[in-house]
Design a protein around this ligand. Sequence first.
Ligand code: NAP
Length: 324
Amino acid sequence: MAARILDGAAVAQQIRSETAPAIAAFTERAGRPPGLGIVLVGDDPASEIYVRNKLRSAADAGLRADLQRLSAVAPLADLLAVVEQLNHSEAHDGILVQSPLPAAMGADAERRVFDLIRADKDVDGLHPVNVGSLVQNRATLVACTPSGIIELLERSQVPIAGTRAVVIGRSDIVGKPMALLLLHRHATVTICHSRTPDLPLVARTADILVSAIGRPAFVTRDFVKPGAAVVDVGTSQLSDRAVVERLFAAGSKRRDAFEKRGSIVVGDVHPEVGEVAGALTPVPGGVGPLTIAMLLKNTLIAARARHGGWDRRERRRGLERRAR
Ligand code: NAP
């Protein structure tokens, strides 16, 4: 039987509608909308698209988002100076530095930048204080992609407590926070990575399998326990015709999209997994829209925290509950 599709775009829309009244209430009370400062270094095409989508979604949601650009050869000191300026800005409640940074900035550039962003403006949840709070299950700002996945699972009635979950990928921004969020919801969690032996065997123990590695169609049916919920975080641009033809049948929507554009975005999960899994997130339209919705929500949470929390009127209207 074909897997149930977990519709990330619909859940993201739900989250945005629930957050909208709280954004309006904040704007009325503070005399300005919640503000998000985005910094983009270099001209990585994928990052350009992500940033454009974030700016558009923020504007649609009634936030004020602005973009500062640095050239691909800018020194790290310039980027640190921009972050410092955003740290001190009254108009910016959230700061997002788009990763990856150009390799020329140095191996420890991302760490130095994320450490410098004020913890209460860290809408990506990467500051060590926010990561520590997540470990202790008392976080306010949590990485957007994994917290969006939790929203998707919970709102799609996929049980988490008491299940076995396997997360493939151990990055600071997806794999590790994903594993912690599942653990806090009482799943028994295994984290896998490039040196995990017998990966398909381990993955097959999962009731919830999350793949966040960035390798097209890597997760085949032998990774998946029949009936499992499979979350595909990976996004890879595929332009190799032979691979596309192997993965998608002639006349399918994906093949048509490839014929039109010459490349398509695909996930980590092989299309054949749809025949084994119980539930599956599509790519595109699965995890991606949730990441953006959670970024907007985190910006609101940061703005509220910086402006004295919620007033009685907002609590009465349930805006606090809905924004959390
Ligand atoms: P990352 O920092 O490159 O981490 C990739 C992880 O995958 C690493 O832990 C790596 O293991 C593991 N890995 C790589 N090859 C593997 C293999 N053959 N077997 C097992 N594990 C393997 O990537 P990321 O930032 O977490 O992102 C992962 C993917 O998700 C990317 O495609 C990215 O574009 C996508 N993404 C999508 C969204 C969205 O909103 N849709 C958001 C964030 C990321 P090691 O640690 O051992 O190297």
